[in-house]
Design a protein around this ligand. Sequence first.
Ligand code: DGJ
Length: 698
Amino acid sequence: MKIYENNGVFVLETQNTHYAMAVDCEGVINHLHWGKPCKIDDYKSVYKPWERNSNHSARDCCKTEYLPYCGSVYRPVAFVAKHGDGCRETVLTYDSHKISEGEDYILLEIELSDKPYSLAVTLCYKLRENTDVIERYTKIKNKSDSAVLLSKIASGEFNLPSKRPYLSTNTNGSWGGEFRIEKTEVKNGTLLYDSRKGGSDHTLNPWFILSQNADEKQGDVYFGALAWSGNFKVEINRDFAGVTRAVIGINDFDFSYNLRPGEEFITPSVYCGYAVGYGGMSNQMNAYAVENILPKRFAKEPLPVLYNSWEATFFDVSSESQQKIAEIAADIGCELFVMDDGWFGQRKDDWAGLGDWYVNKDKFPEGLKPLIDKVKSLGMRFGLWFEPEMVNPDSDLYRAHPEWTYHYKTRKASLLRQQLVLNLTRDDVKEFVFGVMDKMLAEYDISYIKWDMNRAYSETGAENLENPQELWYRHTAAVYEIADRLKAKYPDLQIECCASGGGRADLGAMSHFSMLLTSDNTDPVDRLEIQHGFSLLYPIKCMRAWVTDTNRYSRKNDFDFRFNVTMQGSLSIGGNLTKYSEEELEIHRKYITLYKEIRNTVQFGAFYRLANYAEDRIYATQYVLGSESVIFLCTSVNSFFNDKFYHIFFEGLDSEGTYKLTYDDKEEIYGGAYLMNVGLDFEIGGTLRSKIIRLKRI
Ligand code: DGJ
């Protein structure tokens, strides 16, 4: 990695790519190139933007690195502000730049400013060794003595090289159906992906993936994923001349931020890169996130096999019933026992109790200690569910503090799941939320919190704020702040992020929480699709996946299939173990033991998708770590009609090495080059079949 600067031309050199830009004759930073590298000296200095005609201005047509709303500009911009004197335009020109080094990165900061207003906007690009991923963010500093109202502050603007239309990949998800991939050709005009719900939501993802002629192994793929769990906006615009640009950042919907004199605002980061093939993209981001995005304390440790009580007992938890399940969970090999919803306040169902974070005495007459002692004596750690941002109207908290929710005095509050959203932008509410979890952690031996969030915001009045439109930003920032404070006070605490499943499954959540739930949907067939979409840009390790009793399509008791799907992420168990036969429990024991053998490879290995379900009717994933590799093959419905075999070309092996393959009680020996270049047939045809193949270099 290296950063070159010569006469106003900047080139970021990553492992395999260049990202180049230059100051133009008007002091604006223009984009020059992103993609495969060339000779550094060939990047020419500044060019003069040229006007097409009076209807297509020069600035509107050129490739800007960070376009503010100003002058004759009509396409999606990255930045909008209103200055102290009422001027609503911003002109950003080059002032200075700085290249600095951190422990594991080099950072280029290009400072631009709007001279009459002493407003500094710094474009930041962080490069790390052995990757093509660039971390990009923007700092905005008010150096004047009057406030500036920011109403759009994207993290970055990205220009793509080709004038041919790109294919955009995002998701068309829903609750229970997150990460379902949808591809759209980027035609002229603007394609919009966003969330206005408060969280990053189940539907669309805060990313852009723009490709040409791409499949898993080839073609140009440009991507950028925003590390932000609140409202986001991705605008992909293709202009009349065929230039495609993406602007990505915090959503400007109902948003503004009053930047006071002397104050600095730092946007969330966007992790972007150019890759060859979707596989190249996923493989890079999978490794990069573990290395650089996940909280350091647990990033390199394999996640424990957890048991979660939700689908087994729902709200009907008690010390006795949980202890019974815990005994079996420990016996089959679980390492962490998480008690989900139902343990607090007057929580019998979802109508009451949220906000009252004290132990329910009817269900736990002696508090949680007997249960936790039992769980610990069984050799497991203990985890507890919270939904700290919410309150039920039927709760002591709401009766005492109705003013603690977002609300308008003149509007009826919309209840979703019978609950309201607490106004986390208030310091007293923030302290309360931190305080209730802190108290439980101080009193009990809890090493894991599942932080849930089950509704979108509404009636977002926040009278405490001078500028209530800051709430969208401040709420998410408060969630991160509380999670960070808890981790700082309890360094061994792991926190799982959940928002009705995958409503906050983004890189921002992953940078503050240790892992996440990608969906409430635990059906193994649906999971294949959800997991596939998640794996595009997010790290496999973070993906909690549960084996449960939900099994809409597969054969009754087909635990082999359920495990083979679920072991492709961080294995978790969630069925009602008290109802299982000894034979079923034995299957659980077998697979949990197996997972413990392969989990380092799954959670930390290089990741490959070996098939494309839409064309191949099979999900096939491979993980390679050192001398070990694991392959999962799963078919869904009517996979190959009458053909029984699928041909696998393995990936990521040592071509000089010799490997022992183990599958279906068979053992075979092949060379790495043979497995990758010639490949092997596996009998997998049919509906809902699955297979695990293990490879060891000998
Ligand atoms: C939604 C979560 O996604 C579930 O796993 C569970 O925790 C419930 N909430 C509890 O209310």
